[in-house]
Design a protein around this ligand. Structure first.
Ligand code: SF4
Ligand code: SF4
Length: 424
């Protein structure tokens, strides 16, 4: 009897220990996603979508192009994209035709595609797109998206376009924000994201801790500094100035450090402008491979969203995956053309490294530019500067770095300036 009791106790103990470890593991591990049906394609490069843990192909789909095709073509295109490893898609458009086309295109492969769908898009009575924070309209727009995609969840629920700080401030404590949070609590969206064209606003939203994904307009032209606080003007680029916008650099750094993923729109300049020297503000024709390489060189960037309307267009984007380093070398093309614009201005490209005393020259220049732009050393800038392993004051004025800088930056002078501004 005693032996039986001991055996029973041993089995119970074993079961409890197993249960304990199984629960602990589940907490520590990433939960399998609803899109686990997707198998990675060896021809695609995959990255982890920040803290969501989802694995996404670096070449993804935008929804542009789905208005012009019929549902049969949509099925062919989506199938072709999925079969080539493209498993991430943006769907902002509330146009019923676009949504229905994509729903039909996905067919029974919905679970293989990770979808970022937007909350705040509405197809109004006049048959036009409307951006809205009105919760009733948001509900109609979002439920319509689920219905037309024949699904009961969206992987990333994107708060639709926040380009002004007032917009973001206005939704604090609002029904709109509550609705987004409720969707997540109900499992109708798995993660929260946001779309924006404004680095300052995107950075503020990133710092709020609410979002895991930011859809952002990013390319070598938009990264150039825009004058003052004017938002960039994608039509005229009138505000373009030398150098890289330090706020953008801060956004990319912050996202990389905090595991927030950026998915990119306008990689090719909107309407493929950057591929045409006549139309491009950079006055050089870049290739698709170079534009994709430029944005994917940033560690926070996970997906390039591409508009497709034919299989041959898909092939054009996918070429990036087999392009040679030479074909992807955007620096060679950019440096020639932007040298005049950028002459003397640091673009934080890091080509001047290594410094024999270990100064991170690009970072020092970036902090210096930010301080000069702000007109003071803010506590955040002071802390960032302090955290550097080596400071400008350690510069021995050897000048080695200047020989490597494609933009003729007077680095030794910059180091002296940084000492004046930061004190060491
Ligand atoms: S000049 Fe200063 S910053 Fe440049 S490599 Fe020499 S020590 Fe480094
Ligand atoms: S100093 Fe020149 S090489 Fe160094 S990061 Fe700036 S632009 Fe690039």
């Amino acid at each position: 009897m005693n032996k039986k009791l001991t055996l029973f106790r041993t089995i119970m103990l074993f079961c409890m220990v197993s249960l304990f470890f199984s629960c602990s593991n589940k907490q520590g591990q990433e939960q399998p996603s609803d899109t686990a049906a997707f198998k990675e394609n060896p021809d695609m490069e995959y990255r982890t979508l920040g803290s969501t843990g989802l694995r996404v192909g670096v070449i993804g789909l935008g929804c542009g192009g789905f208005e012009e095709i019929d549902s049969a073509t949509s099925r062919e295109l989506v199938t072709y994209a999925l079969d080539h490893g493209m498993n991430y898609m943006d769907l902002y458009d509330p146009n019923p035709k676009v949504r229905s086309n994509i729903g039909y295109g996905l067919g029974d492969r919905r679970q293989e595609m990770i979808i970022q769908g937007h909350v705040g898009c509405f197809w109004n009575e006049e048959g036009k797109y409307e951006r809205t924070r009105d919760v009733e309209k948001c509900k109609i727009g979002f439920e319509d998206l689920l219905t037309r995609l024949h699904t009961d969840y969206i992987d990333i629920g994107m708060m639709h376009i926040f380009d002004k700080m007032e917009d973001w401030e206005a939704v604090q404590g609002s029904d709109y924000l509550q609705y987004v949070k409720d969707l997540k609590a109900q499992g109708k969206i798995k993660h929260i994201g946001v779309s924006s064209h404004n680095a300052e606003v995107a950075l503020a939203i990133a710092k709020s801790g609410l979002v895991e994904v930011i859809m952002f307009s990013l390319n070598p032209a938009f990264d150039r500094v825009q004058s003052g606080n004017n938002p960039w003007d994608p039509k005229t680029f009138d505000n373009m100035l030398p150098g890289i916008d330090p706020v953008r650099v801060e956004l990319y750094d912050y996202c990389a450090q905090h595991d927030i993923a950026i998915t990119v729109m306008k990689t090719f300049g909107g309407g493929d402008r950057l591929l045409d020297a006549e139309k491009s503000p950079l006055k050089v024709a870049l290739t698709r491979d170079q534009c994709s390489a430029y944005v994917l060189a940033k560690p926070c960037v996970k997906v390039v969203l591409c508009s497709i309307d034919s299989a041959s267009k898909v092939d054009e984007y996918l070429h990036y995956l087999k392009a040679t380093d030479e074909e992807k070398d955007y620096n060679a093309a950019l440096n020639k053309q932007t040298a005049l614009v950028d002459n003397g201005n640091c673009t934080y490209c890091t080509h001047c490294a290594p410094c024999p005393v270990g100064i991170d020259i690009a970072k020092v220049n970036q902090l210096l530019d930010k301080a000069q732009q702000a007109g003071k050393v803010t506590p955040e800038l002071a802390a960032e500067y302090k955290a550097l392993k080596h400071h400008a004051g350690e510069c021995v004025q050897c000048g080695q770095c200047e020989g490597r800088c494609p933009f003729n930056v007077a680095i030794r002078e910059k180091m002296k300036e940084a000492v004046k501004v930061f004190g060491y």
